[in-house]
Design a protein around this ligand. Structure first.
Ligand code: ADP
Ligand code: MG
Length: 699
């Protein structure tokens, strides 16, 4: 039998398998074959060599293990109420044990005069320490080393109820490993194994399930994580290479407008970081390959001007450019900002959003088709099929996380002859590890520097009860000529309640500041009303803007220097950072005040502390990743890009980095994996592709 045949064997044929267990493993965990099971890894390990004297057990403890004898046992209640209560003692004391299920069988097994080993989570009932449904076995004296690290597998409640527990899975893994050894092939080349001092695949699979020591366990995890991340990176980087050769890009070589803009109109000198990313973008747009680049830059780092300068290069070469924003407010702001520059240069620009009137819309469509329109700024409306360009050369997407991959593809097709270059911009910094896996198929540029002269925003945490002090602070800042945002949470599930919060807040602020003109902004307003409110604030006619998170993305009012966030405990870190980024855009010292309830959770505390400590978006993103895990960040859950079995992006950054470098250097030397020495890698990539397509067919 070949290796692949062996691992495709039905789990039904495994020793120790019963039809009932099989059907549970299939339906609950999706395990069908030997291969599925052996790759079902424990997520933690428990040390079962530790024994706790019964007298020391209390209900604050996590799982504990103890040895004891049954002094007394009794069945209580009848029918569904039936339970078994037993008293178990050692020389230090006694504990009550309770079973609600399997009562008959357990009563029979609990023989008196025999030492049992029990394991479980202690609780208390009527002030007495007890344990319900402990794991149990007859104690056979000090145990072999396996007990050091008992593997704990991710299981469902249903499995546990049917006695399919970690111990059972471990015993199935043991039978499987016993028959598997001759079939486990090495999946990494010897060169890599030696270079990074990895253990073999056989050893790794054995010790991940049945670790014989702490060091073996460490080595097993390191090896399997490396392998997983290595092939993940290899695949993504290869995709990028393939696409680059498959999709040619327009070559933009002349730069007349651009030179004029630089010489005569650039309102400030660019930061070094801006210059660096512009160079990277230009290199792509001149390379002859289609650009797919991600531009990461913290809020306020000046991505817009980079976007505009890139657009000029496209226009200089006879093509058109479009800029896509996630909200109407943001599209409008981009339009206003870019129009000033465009007018200076005599190039045409239009805005297309859902609220543009039919007549104007038709005019825009015509301008795009004839080529008389150079730049289109807009929202989702750009995706519509009626929107056709004469020759779209560059497409920029702002705040990528709000657009899906499918939509990105739709933009490609806006130029049927030759795909436009694509630049994706995001102001939600993504931790490096996530960017590598999530956007591993994109080239990444980073603006890691803010324009000079910015004063760091001061962030302060205050409890709700100090509201009066906060109000007097607002008053004094407004007297100095500044403007203020006050933001309320708006989370969809409880929209009605939040809306009430916002309205109540608005009212109490109106009462507190009867002389000060206020504006209000929320998602339920008509676009025209939003524009009106926003415009008043921009013109400094209103001093305070009471708003929901609709102002989160991109809004730019340099004179606004105070951001008050109400119920800050209800915002995620990324969102808090985004909101804070609305201030600190002018020359004045800016402030961000986070108001919370007096009682906050440990996670909230960490979020607030992080906000107070740093203004650095990348640092904040790292903390966010630690707190929430990779699944929840930046809409990554749907992407499937981080379906990792053993590596953990919040912890394995170092391994990822090395795995990526290794993949890059192999592909640099041998992009199609044709060399003999890369045969194993080539086969492995092919095999993994087959596996994923199989899965695609099943689901
Ligand atoms: P973001 O990266 O958040 O989109 P913006 O492009 O909106 O940032 O820029 C924020 C502010 O900084 C704008 O007012 C912009 O004009 C200004 N700005 C951008 N680059 C520079 C620079 N190099 N020097 C000074 N100000 C700059
Ligand atoms: Mg922006």
């Amino acid at each position: 039998m070949s290796t692949s045949q062996f691992f495709e064997s039905d789990l039904a044929t495994l020793r120790g398998m019963t039809p009932a267990r099989l059907s549970l493993l299939q339906s609950e965990l999706g395990l069908f074959t030997f291969g599925d099971l052996i790759q079902y890894f424990p997520f933690r390990y428990e040390d079962r060599t530790l024994l706790t004297p019964i007298a020391e057990i209390n209900d604050q403890m996590e799982n504990v293990q103890f040895i004891g004898r049954i002094k007394y046992k009794e069945k209580i209640g009848v029918g569904r109420r039936e339970r078994l209560v037993a008293e178990c003692c050692d020389e230090t004391g006694c504990i009550e044990l309770v079973w609600f299920q399997g009562v008959k069988w357990i009563e029979k097994s609990l023989i008196s005069g025999v030492d049992f080993l029990f394991y479980g989570k202690p609780g208390s009932f009527n002030g007495q320490i007890q344990m319900t449904h402990p794991e149990m076995e007859v104690y056979k004296g000090p145990q072999i080393s396996e007990k050091f690290f008992q593997p704990i597998y991710p299981l469902t409640e249903k499995l546990r109820k049917k006695y399919v527990d970690s111990k059972l899975i471990a015993s199935l893994q043991k039978s499987l490993l016993e028959v598997s050894f001759p079939y486990i092939r090495e999946t990494l080349p010897q060169e890599i194994i030696q270079q990074f001092k990895l253990i073999s695949k056989q050893e790794a699979l054995y010790h991940i399930h049945l670790p014989q020591s702490e060091n073996w366990l460490h080595q097993a995890r390191r090896r399997l994580k490396f392998e997983e991340l290595f092939y993940n990176q290899l695949r993504l980087i290869k995709q990028n290479l393939v696409r680059k050769t498959a999709f040619p890009g327009q070559i933009f070589s002349s730069a007349a407008l651009l030179t004029t803009f630089y010489k005569d109109h650039l309102p400030f000198s660019l930061t070094e970081a801006q210059k660096k990313v512009i160079r990277e973008i230009f290199e792509d747009m001149r390379s002859g390959n289609q650009m797919n680049r991600l531009l990461q830059g913290d809020v306020g780092s000046g991505k817009t001007i980079v976007a505009f300068i890139s657009m000029l290069l496209a226009i200089d070469n006879g093509t058109q450019a479009c800029l896509l924003a996630p909200t109407e407010i943001l599209a409008d702001q981009h339009f206003q900002g870019l129009k000033k520059f465009a007018d200076l240069l005599g190039i045409s620009i239009a805005k297309l959003t859902g609220s543009v009137k039919k007549k104007d819309r038709v005019e825009i469509h015509e301008g795009l088709q004839s080529g008389s329109l150079n730049i289109l700024v807009g929202t989702h409306a750009i995706f519509e099929d009626v929107v056709q360009f004469k020759n779209l050369g560059l497409c920029i997407i702002d705040e990528q996380h709000r657009f899906g991959v499918a939509q990105r593809a739709k933009l490609w097709d806006k130029n049927k002859q030759i795909h436009p270059h694509v630049l994706v911009m995001t102001a939600t910094p993504i931790p490096r590890t996530l960017a590598m896996t999530l956007y591993g198929d994109l080239d990444v540029s980073v603006i890691d520097e803010l324009p000079a002269g910015r004063k760091p925003i001061q962030t302060i945490h205050r409890y709700d009860s100090h509201r009066l002090q906060v109000f007097s602070f607002i008053q004094s800042e407004i007297q100095k000529g500044r403007q203020v945002y006050i933001v309320y949470p708006l989370i969809e599930e409880s929209e009605k309640m939040d809306f009430k919060d916002l309205m109540d807040g608005h009212e109490s602020i109106t009462r507190a500041f009867p002389e000060i003109p206020l504006g209000i902004l929320h998602g339920k307003m008509k676009p025209a009303d939003k524009d009106f409110e926003m415009a008043r604030f921009v013109k400094n006619e209103t001093k305070i803007m009471v708003a929901t998170t609709v102002i989160e993305v991109g809004v730019n009012v340099p004179n606004a220097s105070v951001m008050i966030i109400e119920s800050a405990e209800r915002f995620g870190l990324a969102q808090l950072h985004q909101l804070r980024g609305r201030v600190g855009r002018g020359a004045e010292q800016s402030y961000c005040l986070l108001l919370t309830d007096y009682k906050i959770s440990a996670d909230t505390k960490k979020r607030i502390e992080t906000m107070v400590r740093t203004n650095n978006g990348f640092e904040i993103a790292e903390v966010d990743l630690q707190l929430r895990g990779p699944g929840d960040i930046g809409g990554t859950r749907q992407s499937g890009a981080i379906d990792l079995m053993i590596a953990d992006l919040s912890k394995d950054g170092e391994i990822l980095k090395v795995a990526r470098e290794t993949a890059v250097s192999i592909l640099n030397e041998d992009p199609n994996l044709e060399h003999d020495k890369n045969a194993m890698i080539r086969d492995q990539v092919r095999q993994q592709k087959k596996d994923t397509t199989n899965w695609a067919r099943i689901s």
